[in-house]
Write a protein that binds this ligand. Structure first.
Ligand code: FMN
Length: 150
């Protein structure tokens, strides 16, 4: 049986809910919260958007405050993120960068307010040499997606 890690960044809780559902479907999967210091973003969405845009522009991605697990033990890592301006949230960049030596598979899942366009392309770009599988948008049909990944 393959060993799975569910690694999730969630700014306002929606993606975390999907991660929880995935963990229930994947009995035995381990979870990891991708987290950054509380003052990294703002409680205001537009300010947060401006901060993230700046980070991308200046290639200064936020440090993670939760130690990244030893990923070599996993076969598959599901990476959760909200869609921010058609891209993953910037803490996900830091996470993907930190697991560049991982030789297993990686698949993104993401939530948005209706337009995810470009998310998976940017995710793949940020994933560098990682082996990225097709991702999943939203909170429906999770079991079907998981089946397709195997
Ligand atoms: C900075 C920022 C940028 C966003 N950009 C988009 C976007 O481009 N497209 C979209 O559909 N929703 C966008 N949203 C909405 C979030 O993707 C959506 O609310 C998501 O479900 C939040 O997930 P979370 O609760 O896990 O943080 C944005 C939200 C924030 C805070």
């Amino acid at each position: 049986m393959s060993k799975i890690l569910i690694a999730t960044y969630s700014w306002s809780g929606q993606t975390a809910k999907v991660a929880k559902k995935l963990a229930q479907l994947l009995d035995g999967a381990e979870t990891y919260e991708i987290a950054v210091a509380a003052d990294t973003f703002d409680s205001d969405m537009f300010k947060t958007d401006a901060i993230a845009t700046d980070q991308i522009k200046n290639n200064r991605y936020p440090a993670l405050t939760t130690p990244v697990p030893e990923v070599s033990q996993y076969d598959l890592i599901l990476v959760g993120s909200p869609v921010w301006r058609g891209a993953p949230a910037t803490p996900v960049h830091t996470f993907l960068e930190s697991i560049q030596g991982f030789s297993g598979k990686v698949a993104p899942f993401y939530t948005d307010a209706g337009s995810a366009n470009g998310f998976e392309d940017t995710f793949k770009q940020w994933a560098g040499n990682l082996n990225v599988l097709p991702g999943h948008e939203g909170s429906n049909d999770l079991a079907k997606w998981l089946k397709e990944l195997n």
